[in-house]
Design a protein around this ligand. Sequence first.
Ligand code: SAM
Length: 364
Amino acid sequence: MKELLLIKLKNHDELDRDDMRFLLETGDQDLRNALMESAYRMKKKHVGVSVYFRGIIEFSNQCSRDCSYCGIRRSNEDIKRFRIPMDEIVEAAVWAHESDYASILLQSGERRDSDSINFVETALKNIWQATNGALRVTLSLGDQTEETYRRWHEAGAARYLLRIETSNADLFSKLHPDDPDHAQRKQSLVFLRNTGYQVGTGVMIGLPGQTTDDLIDDICFFRKMDIDMIGMGPYLVHSDTPLAAEVFDYHPEHQLELGLRMIALTRLFLKDVNIAATTALQALAHDGREQGIMAGANVIMPNLTDVRYREGYQLYDGKPCMDENATQCRGCLTDRVNSTGENIAFGEWGDAPHYVKRTQAVGV
Ligand code: SAM
């Protein structure tokens, strides 16, 4: 099996489920390293040696959902809720534009009330106006109605990241007791695609109760849904959440390794999509995001949120860079990316080649 797998990885031959299972579980370092090397070559071939920045603004921790793993879940009464004022959000977006980021990501807890929907719509219009539409804006604001997706797209959002969290419907229901409808989440990805967004999804890796086969299903799900962007990362414990009580066998180094192998296999399977090296990787190792790039990722999300608000946006314990402002973060990440031998594509939108091809194919 080892020899055959080494040849497949060298030749970029299609891997089957047994191969993927073996590569996710093996303790063999030769195979592990061959997986990373193969994925990195695939990345270079399809998306090049540039890393794209998406400046992330975590503008609110107000959330109507009660996800069992998340630190900003509705039931967590130990955090002070905030929403960053409109002018500060626009200011952060302008800073990103002037710092040549080209893309930003607006993220918050999930709210579906009209005040919140209008607020986001106005923020998008204001950002468009303040930057002459020069920024590509991604939203990560949870599950919404088709009408809301459409309004936000018309107001200027080009990309939407909605994680499926896990492709295992039973596990999804356990993690989301207040809204267990997995089919609805899948339907939202279809709505997003039909609305014209570049569509991103992802999962948490190493969840309690998740099997290796679930992870393989996750990657197959990404391909079946023809996804453009992947934002996935290791599950990390937040001590004030119900899921923390179900974690008995938690090894940070194992979570990191599994996260990296998932990036590598996803790169080999999906080839020309954008894949983020998420902050969760850096929470597990100081160079976690650089390791993510070497495993096949090509997007990094520097934090633009003013440090005053960061304490309130801790999705998991040990979130890194809590006191580093946007300028320091830009410098630190630039050095980190350069240390991998890659360069940052300042001033470029960095749409996934996958998205560009699929829209050109149908003449969008
Ligand atoms: N409310 C929006 C949503 O649900 O898509 C966006 C914000 S939500 C906090 C962003 C992502 O954080 C979720 O999709 C989830 O995968 C991730 N997340 C939350 N808690 C986490 C944890 N304990 N470990 C790792 N990732 C976590």
